[in-house]
Design a binder for this molecule. Structure first.
Ligand code: PRE
Length: 94
């Protein structure tokens, strides 16, 4: 493969990553609705730990740097929390 071909493949993978982040973050509206209805706090430290340790295990299985993967997932969780808080705060929920 040439460098340009490899870069094209990277661009396609980056698009897939963005689509998956969008799909994960979009779940925030369903979660926010359930949490609002049941008076459950947005931030759940126990669940955060579960998500982070699961991602770390997956990273180990794939031979990836666990510290860096953990940072990515911490960011994903914060994006989800931010979206839930925005939805709740701005009365965008039914
Ligand atoms: O599982 C939840 O309750 C979520 O809101 C999702 C999520 C996540 O992004 O994985 C986000 C915030 C919570 O602190 C825990 C986990």
């Amino acid at each position: 493969m040439t460098l340009d071909e490899i870069r094209d493949e990277i661009r396609e993978i980056d698009q897939e990553i963005i689509d998956l982040i969008d799909k994960r973050t979009a779940l925030a509206s369903d979660i926010a609705k359930i949490k609002k209805e049941n008076d459950i706090p947005v931030r759940d430290m126990e669940q955060n730990k579960k998500v982070l340790s699961r991602a770390t295990e997956m990273a180990v299985e794939s031979g990836l740097d666990t510290g860096r993967v953990k940072k990515i997932f911490e960011t994903l969780i914060e994006m989800n929390i931010e979206k839930q808080e925005n939805l709740m705060g701005k009365g965008k929920l039914p």
